[in-house]
Design a protein. Structure first.
Lengths: 365, 284, 299
């Protein structure tokens, strides 16, 4: 896993060299005296699939709406192709949006919904017909042109909403939790399709979601947000393997987070034992947060193990078992392929490169 | 929607309402304590004469009128409720696929001039009436005979008020009953309540919002109007509204005072409606 | 429902037998609908009498049906009416049509504005909007009369059609606002943003997207406004100056015989409204059925 994250960081370096399409510079947005977006800095590259990820109320949708032009930042600049666009209204931005719950026009049929933007841009009739047809094909809804919007299923509405946006050939497509209302199976299919669509169209996708799995599956870059502040920007593997703080570690995937001390280079101590590690950027004797993913812990014989505990529960999760092991009063979650009985005494082992250390944050909610 | 920008559209309405509601209310209050010549304040003085004209024991005519007005309005409202609630309930819970049609049926009478309907009602309630005249041709007769004139007047007025304002009781009650989630009733039955108990413990409490609106929408016009009463009594009965009608040109101060009597009632009912129905969902 | 279970008595047991229960159920149903039909009939009885009167030949006594005639209908349809009735009817219709039009436009704009306000302010405005509806008509009438009396000091000609029209617009707007607001609440919050996103300027976004989407609410409001306006007596009474509308005309004749054309006019008007509504309803439900046929719903 660390190997992949190494590639991730290479990508990260590559990211800053690609062409920047939009830049958010020190953006703040207040609602009723509280900052929903708090001094964020972010750039979005051409052809990038970037995801704003965070729990509800973290400011991700507001950030998206400021890119779309639906909200004006209270301070800071939105820069697009080198020009400040704070005051450019949405109808003059080369950006289209797929809204949460779709916002299809209920009084228009599928064709008129998709043609809506083109008509406003005074595109010739024949061209409109062709482009709408292509857009419908793109979202696999041919022959749906004359349907009433109200008679569509959730998945179909979703596709119409996407078609209505991409038919305008925007430079950037904003997607605000577009899959939130779909059921699991459909959501997984759509994730794949969206990614494929983005590759084919070659346009930038800015995607908002609270679903970490969705973000990991589709994104080139993930921006993790909390309380209006960006917690971490990185590739999916980078963020998964090297979360910057407890919040990111907990929000993305499951984690065992432990208090530890960085003894010296390549050595960390936690749970009363010392372990080899690969992280280096700490001072000797500095307290650190230790992150170990459930799949990185191996179950071994209790005899001679550094971590010894008792299995407190075991749940079959389909591919793996999820075990809880109590070690010195601290519960570890472990994903393993072999089951262990509840009450059994087991040892835990972790490879040095699976131990991730984070700087201790003083403000912990 | 783009919240701050479009909100501006409501601002002129605020001004319009303040001018057409706020200023007159203030005037009514002030004028009731003065003796003015019309709306001109020149040479006017403060006095409680208008109030004494109403609330004095030396001459109880006006107090009796107030009592009679309240009685007719109260009786009409109670009857409207007793008839209107079951009707609304029957429509809302009917198995008919199209309640819209039945609903329209309750609204249709409103498209006939309400005063003309009361003129027709007066005809029906007269001893020799048009229905009797028609029915006599096939050997039948139709006539309602009252014990005395006072009784005839009172009953006629109550019937007139009930038939005119019944839709205003049915519609809000229908609206709320219709919206009650069917599964709530099933849940209630599932939890061991029989039909009667389900109605008493679930349906009725949930329909209170509509009942409140209905009662207010019926009681207020019954209490403050005068035309129906005048038509059905051939001008022999005075109600609170009649006092306003008679005095509105010459004695603005008395009219203002009478308005306050009505306003007190309205204020109370607005407080109630604002408590039970914040978005005004039962008013249309 | 007590905790203690009591053995049902003999009568209860008899009544609970399925065949008995079925009979009881149908009796209850008959009673229910008889109750409904009876009071429905009572509500319609005056209208039936009005219709009868519109064909009554009798010129002297309204309590006698002396013979059948179409004359009153003919007189209404050929505008052959005595001048005071003619004036009353034309005033009523003119004011109703103008007031309905104006209040529908203004009410819709105001509703959009109110809907866009933050919650606290919105509730305040909704409450304010209810004032003219909950207020007794007589108070509204007197209040407006006071305002117009002051205005008349500056503009002497205000009493008459102008005051009548403004008064009607005043009490019609709240109904339009109340009909439109729930439709706006049903809309997707992002609908207007979607229009802007798809290159509509703000004003165009409202006319092209918001207005069509809330059309049913606007039409309802319009219908209510018209209904309230043609039937109004109290507010008009205090604000009409020397002008009469139909209600004032009828009221003025409480002790004498009304021109028989009033009955014919009233019957014709309500018939027209009813027929128009039925036609609209039928055509819309036909359209719906056609759509359903053409577009079978996929699961």
């Amino acid at each position: 896993m660390k190997i992949m994250s190494y590639w991730g960081s290479v990508n990260g370096r590559g990211r800053s060299m690609a062409k920047k399409l939009i830049e958010l510079k020190d953006i703040t947005k207040m609602y009723d005296g509280t900052a929903v977006v708090d001094h964020i800095n972010l750039y979005i590259n051409e052809n990038e699939f970037i995801t704003l990820l965070g729990p509800s109320g973290c400011g991700k949708t507001t950030t998206l709406r400021m890119i779309g032009g639906f909200e004006k930042p209270d301070s800071g600049e939105v820069v697009m192709n080198g020009a400040v666009v704070n005051d450019i209204p949405p109808y003059e931005r080369p950006i289209n949006t797929v809204f949460q719950r779709y916002a299809l026009f209920p009084h228009l049929n599928v064709y008129d919904n998709i043609a809506f933007g083109l008509r406003n841009q005074k595109v010739p009739k024949a061209e409109i017909a062709e482009r709408v047809e292509n857009a419908l094909k793109m979202v696999s809804l041919p022959n749906f042109a004359l349907r009433k919007v109200a008679n569509l299923s959730g998945g179909q509405m979703q596709r119409v909403a996407i078609a209505r946006a991409i038919v305008n050939k925007p430079k950037i497509l904003l997607l605000d939790e577009p899959l939130a209302a779909l059921d699991l199976k459909l959501r997984q299919n759509m994730q794949y399709e969206l990614k494929e669509m983005q590759r084919k169209l070659g346009i930038t996708f800015v995607y908002v979601t609270h679903d970490q799995e969705e973000a990991l599956t589709m994104s080139d870059t993930i921006v993790v947000m909390k309380d209006g502040v960006i917690q971490q920007i990185g590739t999916p593997t980078g963020i998964y393997n090297e979360p910057k703080n407890r919040f990111v570690a907990r929000f993305i995937g499951e984690s065992n987070i432990l208090d530890g001390v960085y003894v010296r280079q390549n050595l960390v101590s936690f749970m009363g034992a010392e372990f080899d590690c690969v992280d280096t950027q700490f001072a000797d004797g500095e307290p650190v947060d230790v992150v170990i993913r459930p799949e990185d812990l191996d179950i071994i014989d209790a005899v001679g193990a550094k971590l010894i505990g008792e299995v407190s529960s075991s749940i079959f999760r389909g591919v793996h078992f999820e075990l809880c092991v109590m070690v010195q009063g601290k519960e570890f979650v472990i994903h393993t392929y072999e089951n262990r009985k509840v009450g059994e005494h087991v040892g835990l082992r972790v490879d040095s490169y699976e131990i991730h250390l984070m700087k201790v944050e003083h403000v912990e909610h | 929607m783009n919240i701050k920008k479009l909100g501006k559209l409501a601002l002129p309405y605020l001004v319009w309402m303040l001018v057409l509601v706020g200023i007159p209310l203030l005037m009514i209050f002030i004028l009731s304590f003065m003796n003015t010549d019309g709306v001109s304040f020149a040479g006017a003085t403060w006095t409680t004469a208008a109030w004494e004209k109403m609330f004095t024991l030396a001459d109880t005519t006006n107090l009796q009128i107030l009592g009679y007005t309240f009685l007719t309005a109260f009786v009409a409202t109670v009857i409207c409720f007793l008839i209107g609630y079951p009707m609304a309930y029957i429509v809302a819970r009917s198995p008919f696929s199209n309640k819209f049609v039945i609903l329209i049926l309750t609204i249709i009478p409103m498209w006939s001039n309400s005063l003309l309907r009361n003129v027709a009602l007066k005809n029906i309630l007269s001893e020799s009436n048009i229905l009797d005249s028609l029915l006599s041709r096939i050997g039948l007769s139709f006539s309602i005979v009252f014990a005395n004139q006072d009784q005839a007047t009172f009953i006629s007025i109550v019937i007139g008020l009930v038939l005119t304002f019944l839709p205003f009781m049915i519609l809000p009650i229908y609206t709320v009953i219709e919206k009650i989630d069917e599964s709530l009733l099933e849940a209630s039955m599932d939890l061991g309540a029989n039909r009667v108990r389900t109605f008493a413990k679930v349906t009725f409490p949930l329909s209170m919002k509509g009942v409140t609106t209905g009662i207010i929408m019926v009681f207020l016009p019954c209490f403050s109007g005068f035309a129906i009463q005048k038509l059905l009594s051939s001008g022999t009965v005075y109600v609170l509204g009649s006092l306003i009608e008679v005095n509105y040109i010459h004695d603005i101060n008395f009219v203002s005072m009478l308005s306050i009597v009505i306003l007190v009632l309205i204020f109370g009912s607005m407080m109630i409606v604002n408590k039970v129905d914040k978005e005004g969902a039962t008013l249309v | 429902m007590g905790v203690r279970k009591k053995e049902p008595g003999r009568i209860t047991r008899y009544l609970r037998r399925p065949e008995v229960e079925k009979v009881l159920q149908s009796i209850a149903n008959v009673l229910k609908y008889a109750f409904f039909a009876f009071f429905m009939f009572l509500m319609y009885l005056p209208i039936i009498v009005i219709a009868i009167q519109s064909f009554n030949e009798s010129t002297g006594l309204i309590y006698q049906f002396t013979g059948f005639t179409f004359d009153h209908w003919k007189n209404v349809l050929t505008f052959n009416l005595d001048s005071s009735l003619m004036k009353a009817i034309s005033t009523t219709l003119l004011v109703a049509l103008l007031a309905t039009g104006i209040s529908t436009v203004l009410g819709t704009i105001i509703a959009i504005g109110i809907h866009s306000l933050p919650q606290k302010k919105r509730q305040g405005m909704v409450f304010l909007n209810q004032v003219p509806i909950l207020n007794a008509d007589i108070i509204t009438g007197i209040s407006l009369m006071f305002v117009f009396k002051i205005v008349a000091e500056v503009i002497p000609g205000v009493f008459g059609i102008p005051s009548l029209l403004i008064a009607h617009v005043f009490f019609c707007i709240p109904y339009v606002v109340l009909s439109v607001l729930p439709k706006l609440a049903e809309l997707d919050d992002n609908l207007y943003d979607a229009a802007l996103d798809l290159y509509c300027k703000p004003a165009v976004g409202i006319t092209k997207v918001i207005i069509p989407a809330i059309m049913p609410g606007i039409l309802t409001g319009m219908l209510i406004a018209f209904t309230m306006s043609i039937d109004d007596f109290l507010i008009s009474f205090f604000n009409a100056g020397q002008v009469n509308n139909l209600s004032i005309y009828i009221y003025g004749g409480y002790n004498r015989r009304l021109a028989p054309e009033v009955y014919a006019y009233n019957t014709i008007l309500s018939t027209v409204i009813i027929v128009a509504l039925i036609a609209m309803y039928v055509s819309s439900s036909l359209k719906k059925r056609k759509n359903l046929k053409r577009e079978p719903r996929h699961a």
